[in-house]
Design a protein around this ligand. Structure first.
Ligand code: ADP
Length: 288
């Protein structure tokens, strides 16, 4: 399955991508993560990207496209991918089209996570990520707890850090840039019959359930977590999901592609290959 997650900063693309990686078994490709890694390693690309990132502007298309071309060429991306934070403007979307056409791997779905701008600012202020494993938390809505409080990389409690661009001034600029450059992609993908919109202003588990439903993937296939926590989460997600799922299905139907495309997507989504699942678990990607 080849998916693009669209949404403003703080809309939950990273968090939901990480959950999809666990459930669908395809890699998350986050240009933000790749750029932050390049900055941390002090590469030439990182050096060139840093100033734009620190001020909340977009990094130059040529840099981002080179990075994406390389990443999509890696073997694990042949099974599919979740693009998170890319494309971010129309030029990037056209370039992605051409790249995937050459690879004969068209997109299956583009999902927009919709969140009100006041809520975005609140979420970003509380956002922290583990410096070691990259898992994303929110001090207000989803702080580390229970078995999830221990970092799988170090075995110690997560070392929570705030991203340097999550400060007030930069956040305002990132939201402005999203409206100006990225929002037009909603119409771009709607016109191609690929767009699905989900209301992402809900608890993390609930948004995962809505996303899974939009993509037709088994919502509650257990990620690797403690069995007790898993049962609890499944129960919580199942209950409220019922009513809201009907509403989401209605919304989803309204913005869905042609029936032909839909049945193809459904078949692919329902049967992820076992090998693919194992492979992506090995390569679990990190973000924020
Ligand atoms: P968020 O979605 O929360 O703004 P990301 O981690 O996706 O955060 O991106 C962080 C920063 O990295 C962006 O503000 C931008 O400077 C840069 N960036 C990420 N993806 C792209 C892209 N596709 N094109 C240009 N710049 C990008």
């Amino acid at each position: 399955m080849r998916i693009v997650l669209l949404g403003a900063p703080g809309s939950g693309k990273g968090t939901q991508s990480q959950r999809l990686v666990e459930r669908v078994g395809i890699p998350q490709i986050s240009t933000g993560d790749l750029l932050r890694e390049a900055v941390a390693r002090g590469t030439e690309l990182g050096r060139q990207a840093k100033e734009a990132m620190d001020s909340g502007r977009l990094v130059e298309d040529s840099l981002v496209l080179g990075m994406i071309r390389e990443r999509l060429g890696e073997p694990d991306a042949r099974r599919g991918f979740i693009l998170d934070g890319f494309p971010r403007n129309l030029a990037q979307a056209h370039a992605l089209d051409r790249l995937l056409e050459a690879l004969k791997q068209p997109l299956d779905a583009v999902v927009q996570l919709e969140v009100d701008s006041r809520e975005l600012v609140r979420r970003i202020a509380g956002r922290r990520s583990c410096a070691d494993c990259g898992r994303v938390f929110n001090l207000l809505t989803s702080p580390p707890s229970g078995a999830g409080a221990v970092c799988p990389k170090t075995g110690a409690p997560h070392r929570l850090m705030q991203r340097p661009d999550d400060n007030e001034a930069t956040v305002a600029e990132r939201l402005r840039v999203y409206d100006e450059k990225t929002r037009p992609l909603i119409d771009f993908y709607r016109a191609r019959g690929l767009l699905q919109v989900i209301d992402a202003e809900a608890a993390v588990d609930e948004v995962t359930a809505r996303l899974a439903q939009a993509l037709r993937v088994p919502a509650l296939r257990a990620p690797k977590r403690a069995a007790g926590a898993r049962r609890g989460a499944a129960k919580r997600a199942r209950k409220p999901a019922k009513k809201k799922a009907a509403a989401t299905a209605k919304r989803t139907r309204a913005s869905r592609a042609s029936p032909k495309r839909r049945s193809t997507r459904t078949r692919r989504a329902k049967a992820p290959r076992a090998g693919a699942v194992r492979g992506a678990r090995r390569r679990k990607s990190t973000r924020r």
